[in-house]
Design a binder for this molecule. Structure first.
Ligand code: ZN
Length: 377
């Protein structure tokens, strides 16, 4: 009897081998916000992978010290199709977990699903397509701050450098046959509250900001209850994620406190309308600070892409909502069509994150058919 956890999946074909080995090389690099040097190293590996293509211009950008890489065919500033990915992953304090294993046809490892496996698909496809066709209007951009808002990555490239394209493919949401057509908007909010310090034995002499903050949290819960309209949580939500006070003393009422909220909301809600409702609940001792905000987005599905999905998977793609946001919003705000779908993934943002290897090959085939059909090759 064999007790070893041997991989029962069939041997990998040549394409799967390349996708697996590139994904595993990328998983080894702990390219999180907490490790800026590793983020650079992640982009170096990608650059190295693309350098042999002499018909491609590689440009690097580094606003606020955050690197990104843009690969465009020589002589083309606005590609008809742009592949878009990010090399950053969420931070795990223990760097020794940035390893991968292969079990049951899946690659397990931090960042495998979001989105180093999908990045490997794009890199292989980009290389193969450009070796096959000269002057192909296909670009690739890889950033390193998607997990922290995309402000120095895609926002910078689109809004400040003027990056444009006919359509952008972002394998960072949905699934193989689930195409994202709507993403929630986002507000990260900090509420600062001033009170009046006092000894905790004489609370009537103080004004307790922690108490005021907890009262606001209850009011906010009621407000967000009132937004509830649908099943599947497709309505605004609000999560308290941090409560702070500088106070370290048990018997002291602090002079100040703050708390942080993560708010998500779909159309037709907007940043301004939600903030107006929240401001109604605050008193004069409270100050509202917006950390980041983004309006919700809606994407039009491209029938050529839906057709490619159906050809490869033999099933009709579903058009889906996403509770999270993506870098897609920066393109969408500039009226650039965005297509979001990805291989089968799971346990995202944990050390047991996984990506299914066959579905990586399927996405490769979908992208490859789409590029040929869209560019009429
Ligand atoms: Zn991602």
């Amino acid at each position: 009897m064999n007790h070893n956890p041997i991989d029962q999946s069939p041997a990998f074909n040549h394409l799967q081998e390349s996708l697996v080995s590139l994904t595993r090389d990328l998983v080894l690099i702990p390219s999180a916000e907490a490790n800026p040097k590793e983020r650079e190293r992640g982009l170096e590996v990608i650059k190295y992978h693309l350098e042999s293509l002499d018909q491609i211009n590689l440009q690097e950008f580094r606003p606020n010290g955050i690197p990104s890489l843009l690969a465009l065919p020589k002589g083309i500033r606005t590609p008809d199709i742009l592949l878009c990915g990010h090399v950053d992953v969420v931070s795990h304090p223990d760097l020794s977990i940035y390893r991968s294993t292969i079990t049951n046809g899946r690659i397990y490892g931090p960042g495998a699903g979001d989105m180093k496996g999908a990045l490997a698909v794009m890199l292989e496809l980009f290389r193969e397509a450009h070796s096959q066709y000269n002057g192909l209007s296909l670009g690739l951009v890889v950033t390193s701050d998607e997990e922290t808002g995309g402000y120095s990555g895609i926002r910078y490239l689109v809004n400040e450098i003027g990056l444009r394209c006919g359509v952008v493919l972002i394998p960072d949401g949905g699934s193989l046959t689930e195409i994202i057509v709507e993403e929630k908007g986002l507000i990260h909010l900090r509420l600062d509250c001033k009170g009046h310090e006092a000894h905790a034995a004489r609370p009537w002499l103080g004004v307790n900001p922690l108490q005021q903050i907890t009262e606001v949290i209850v009011k906010l819960q009621k407000l967000f209850e009132s937004y509830k309209t649908s099943k599947n949580h497709w309505h605004p939500t609000c999560a308290v994620t941090q409560i702070h006070t500088p106070n370290k003393t048990i018997n002291c009422i602090p002079a100040e406190a703050s708390c942080v909220f993560d708010i998500r909301f779909p159309f037709p809600h907007s940043v301004d309308a939600i903030l107006d409702d929240i401001k109604e609940l605050l008193n004069k001792s409270m100050n509202l600070n917006i950390i980041i905000c983004a309006e919700p987005t809606q994407f039009e599905p491209d029938p050529i892409f839906l057709n490619a999905v159906e050809q490869v998977t033999s099933s009709k793609p579903a058009l889906c909502h996403s509770h999270g946001g993506s870098d897609g919003r920066f393109f969408s705000y500039n009226d650039i069509p965005v297509i979001i779908s990805r291989p089968l993934v799971g346990n995202l943002h944990t050390e047991n994150e996984w990506i299914d290897i066959e579905s990586m090959e399927s996405l490769y085939k979908i992208y490859s058919i789409y590029v040929k059909d869209k560019l009429k090759l």
